[in-house]
Ligand binder design. Structure first.
Ligand code: ADP
Ligand code: MG
Length: 564
């Protein structure tokens, strides 16, 4: 392998030459405690910055083996290293000067959630790989190698020293991260053990600072469980934690406007992920497969069996294999429910605010005026009990204006000045005076999930895949709208979804597989070969984070070139 001195000599030689001469630097160089690898060199100073990675051998990195022997620990440790490296690198970004992106040092920005990212990988034997981007400096299109030398020989060695070695951290800091991950893992396991859909610890801070900041709100009212729903969890490290256990079944979150209903639901939506210390939601955990479901007018639907909710459409369309390029509120929400069932979700999260009213309820007066024969929708309220009793799927539903669900709910929680109150007994008593007239006309059959899909798009290998925040991803200009797939927590997840979709189009959508089989195949590749297996290419760049199975399915289902 070449040495760092070889790199220095090379850089001196190409200084002041025209930008493409930088291409010669691609390769690996032995530095003091690590190997610097220049994986891809940008074409000009304004293009996407170059891909660079640092590989620290296990003996130098020195993290204790028990800190990365289980997936949840390894992911938490990788997250710590990425954050620390990012913080160090930020001090040096653009300290090397030049045109365009010259001097940029860019490391994945980790938010409140702890995700598996391509930015950092701790190898089975303890070696550390850290991937990031560097803007190779130039003046105009003339190489400024002196500035790049600053980055390689001054800045990066300091970042690596401080972020990628165990002995640079206070031992308690690393242990704290691992112990929190253990406790979160334990809590999520306890949900199943204790028949819970979710748990919210006392003292949790659920609201965020603002609509554009995911940091905890300062001065917020801390969460406190009502006595009747109190569960105490004996965490392996943090000890006993009291909190609210939301039992499996049907739970309604009621309450006046502005009392914190949606805030609680939002916390539950993101409770499928682990959160960093200080977030306020460290001990808010939801069943890992929980899915937020909402109306999504205009989405495309391909061959989904929504007949348990909708049948006898006026245009005669087959709702057992329903396709449309422009769904209505009710058909879109029905498809979202059925697709979530297909993806294996066992907890549904629904907010009245973002639901199609006619999908959720039909009041008595309306039933009298418009008889059943003229109404194609069997509303969710008439299926919610079957979803639980027949299919084992729990629902947590926010409803501030529709009392009908009092009849169906096993537990009713009122949010009152940001505090939960168990009003089940009271609400049931009142509800008894208003008997519900409606019920489903027949038992719901399990939806037919056997549709095999293919696609009408042919892709070049070098096709452009472009993500736009957490809102959409496009593949050769075909846009997949993900705005209403609300549990996507990070733009890097959407980056990977783009690659996953490309992989699925090229390898899996052959008309012989169902969506579930395609998602299974993708998960198998991820398990066997990691993100490399999906992204292909000679090296894995920074910038990808793992989405859940549910979001992979959601992305495929929204792709408009799908056919059955
Ligand atoms: P609802 O859905 O019941 O109408 P929201 O959940 O939207 O109410 O909350 C209304 C407002 O109250 C939001 O601005 C939110 O940030 C704030 N809020 C929610 N929970 C708390 C809390 N625990 N402490 C302080 N403010 C809160
Ligand atoms: Mg609300």
């Amino acid at each position: 392998m070449k040495s760092s001195e070889d790199l220095r000599t090379l850089l001196e030689r190409i200084d002041h030459r025209s930008y493409p001469a930088y291409k010669d630097t691609a390769g690996s160089y032995q530095f003091g405690g690590y190997v610097l690898s220049i994986d891809h060199v940008q074409g000009d100073p304004f293009a996407s910055p170059s891909d660079v990675s640092i590989h620290v051998p296990a003996a130098v990195a020195g993290f204790p083996a028990e800190y990365f022997d289980k997936t949840h620990r390894r992911v938490a440790l990788q997250d710590l290293l990425t954050r620390t490296f990012g913080r160090e690198a930020a001090q040096f970004s653009f300290k090397a000067k030049g045109s365009g992106k010259s001097g940029l040092l860019s490391v994945s920005r980790c938010g409140q959630e702890i995700l598996e990212r391509s930015a950092c990988r701790i190898l089975p034997a303890g070696g550390v790989v850290l991937r990031f981007h560097v803007g190779f400096p130039a003046n105009g299109r003339t190489i400024n190698a002196r500035e790049l030398m600053k980055i390689f020989f001054e800045f990066l060695p300091r970042c690596a020293e401080r972020a990628l070695k165990y002995r640079s951290y206070p031992a308690a800091r690393v242990r704290g991260v691992i112990e929190l991950a253990d406790d979160q893992e334990y809590l999520r396991g306890q949900l199943t053990e204790r028949g819970l859909a979710a748990f919210v610890a006392d003292g949790s801070v659920l609201p965020r600072e603002s609509g554009v900041s995911a940091l905890p709100m300062k001065g917020a009212v801390p969460f406190r469980a009502p006595e009747s729903l109190t569960v105490t969890m004996q965490l392996p490290h943090a000890g006993a934690r009291r909190g609210m256990g939301i039992p499996r079944g049907i739970t309604m979150i009621a309450g006046g406007g502005y009392h914190g209903k949606s805030t609680l639901l939002k916390a539950l939506e993101l409770g499928v992920y682990n959160h960093i210390a200080g977030d306020g939601r460290e001990y808010v955990v939801t069943d890992a497969g929980a899915m937020k479901l909402r109306a999504e007018d205009g989405r495309s639907i391909t061959g989904v069996d929504i007949s348990m909710f909708i049948r006898n459409l006026p245009n005669g369309k087959d709702t057992a294999r329903f396709s449309t390029e422009d769904a209505s509120g009710s058909t879109s929400q029905a498809a979202n429910v059925v697709e979530a069932m297909e993806a294996g979700s066992r907890v549904f999260l629904i907010d009245e605010d973002t639901s199609a009213t006619n999908f959720m309820i039909r009041d008595e007066l309306m039933q009298r005026v418009i008889n059943r024969e003229s109404e194609p929708i069997i509303p969710f309220i008439d299926r919610v009990e079957e979803l639980y009793r027949t299919f084992g799927i729990s629902t947590i539903l926010v409803a501030g204006s529709c009392g009908s669900y009092f009849h169906r709910a096993d537990h009713i929680i009122q949010m009152k000045q940001y505090q939960p109150v168990d009003i089940t007994a009271l609400a049931k008593r009142e509800a008894a005076a208003f008997p519900l007239q409606t019920e489903a006309p027949d038992a719901a059959a399990e939806p037919n999930f056997t549709r095999c899909i293919h696609c009408t798009q042919r892709l070049e290998d070098r096709v452009k895949v472009r993500a736009s925040g957490v809102d959409s991803v496009s593949i050769d200009r075909e846009v997949v709208d993900l705005r209403y797939v609300e549990q996507l927590a990070d733009p890097e997840q959407v980056n990977l979804l783009g690659q996953i979709l490309k992989y699925a189009i090229q390898n899996l959508m052959d008309g012989k597989r169902t969506v579930n089989e395609i998602v299974d195949a993708i998960e198998a590749v991820l398990k066997a070969r990691g993100m490399e297996g999906i992204c292909g290419g000679k090296f894995l760049p920074a910038g990808y984070a793992l989405p859940r199975r549910q979001e992979i399915a959601a992305c495929i289902n929204r792709y408009r070139r799908l056919r059955v």
